[in-house]
Design a protein around this ligand. Structure first.
Ligand SMILES: Cc1cc2nc3c(=O)[nH]c(=O)nc-3n(C[C@H](O)[C@H](O)[C@H](O)COP(=O)(O)O)c2cc1C
Length: 352
């Protein structure tokens, strides 16, 4: 761990480097996490779309393949009851007709953290547990901590960072709007307020005493050193890990990482998230008022997506990616982690 200017976060979770491989639901699992752990990062398993048994099984598989700390990641959104998604289904009707599928009954693929998931954490005993869209209830959070996990919350504003630290987060991610995937906004909801990392990070670092993890648009050693300079104790990279062989993305998605512009859309889940455009975004526009709240939009879209993907068309599902995607290199996760650390440490040595 020597050579890093701030070892607070790495010491807290026990990683060699202050680098977190970001959890990426639907895009990375056991292979990606094990590789990142082997390279010296805190590896993450995205659990929002898994059942409790799968969480335990995947954690065990990583433990068998790599020695080092792991992070289990969950969503804490308030599950909307049964929002009226009639307007959304009407908007999708031409696609139901084209792909000859029926509108599906409501389903909920992305589950908020609950009692059953808390039991999975107690069984798996990860070094860290990270939460998107807020934190679990006080009682569940106390159990996560009692299981030995460092609790990480995700903030997109200074207010959210303070809220998380006051409620017991041991570290806070400052997520800038450059980031791929869902922007984890949970206090307030005006998308026009989304902040870039260069403005957000130093304000968060000034506002909270816990270590801050910078996320959004970091893809190489320069970005890591810039984040450390702005007050981060660690960095979290998602998109950079998508280029490598362990990510579970389509060939279309992979090719788009080379230079397609990214934008915020609410079409895939109802929540605001950054990704590259496919056919649905091009034909409907990236943001539609008809989309029901997160995560309900995904249910009505699911049959169209499945039929399209069976035909080799990938524009009806998320192709999440952040703004720094073109800076990425197609390296295995262990090697990428080591290269990132070496690049950053070389810059830090020159500056010393
Ligand atoms: C494909 C993809 C899926 C993601 N899924 C999740 C997730 O399941 N949970 C989560 O907390 N963050 C998720 N994120 C956001 C990341 O945790 C992180 O904030 C982001 O990747 C950092 O920005 P970068 O992509 O520019 O590196 C996802 C990001 C991507 C690119």
């Amino acid at each position: 761990m020597s050579g890093w200017p701030d070892t607070r976060f790495a010491a807290l979770v026990g990683s060699a480097h202050p680098i977190v491989q970001a959890p990426m639901a639907g895009a990375g699992g056991v292979d990606l996490c094990s590789g990142a752990v082997a390279g010296g990062a805190l590896g993450s398993l995205p659990c929002a779309m898994l059942g409790p048994d799968e969480v335990c099984a995947q954690a065990e598989q990583v433990r068998a393949r790599a020695a080092g700390p792991i992070n289990l990641n969950f969503f804490c959104h308030e599950a909307p009851g049964s929002a009226d998604d009639g307007a959304w289904r009407t908007l999708l009707a031409p696609y139901y007709a084209e792909f000859a599928v029926e509108a599906a009954p409501e389903g909920r693929a992305r589950r908020p953290f609950d009692e059953a998931m808390c039991e999975a954490v107690e069984a798996a005993r990860p070094e860290a547990a990270s939460f998107h869209f807020g934190l679990p209830s006080e009682a569940l959070l106390a159990r996560v901590k009692a299981a030995g996990a460092v609790v990480i919350g995700n903030a997109t504003t200074v207010d959210e960072a303070v809220w998380l630290a006051e409620r017991g987060a041991d570290a806070v991610v400052a997520q800038g709007f450059e980031a791929g995937g869902h922007i984890g906004r949970f206090l307030g909801s005006d998308p026009a307020e989304a902040m870039g990392l260069f403005a957000l990070l130093p304000q968060v670092a000034d506002a909270v005493d816990v270590p801050v993890i910078a996320a959004g648009g970091i893809a190489d050693g320069r970005g890591i050193v810039a984040a450390l300079t702005l007050g981060a104790s660690a960095v979290q990279l998602g998109t950079a890990y998508l280029h490598g062989p362990e990510s579970e993305i389509s060939a279309v998605h992979r090719a788009a990482l080379g230079g397609e512009p990214t934008r915020f859309t609410n079409l895939m889940t109802g929540g605001l998230a950054r990704g590259v455009a496919g056919r649905l975004m091009r034909e409907l526009g990236a943001i539609r008022a008809e989309a029901p709240p997160f995560p309900l939009a995904a249910a009505a879209l699911a049959p169209v997506r499945a039929a399209a993907e069976a035909r080799g068309e990938f524009g009806f599902g998320p192709m999440w990616a952040g703004q720094a995607a073109p800076l990425g290199r197609a390296l295995p996760a262990a090697e990428l982690t080591r290269v990132l650390a070496d690049q950053a440490l070389a810059i830090l040595r020159r500056e010393a």
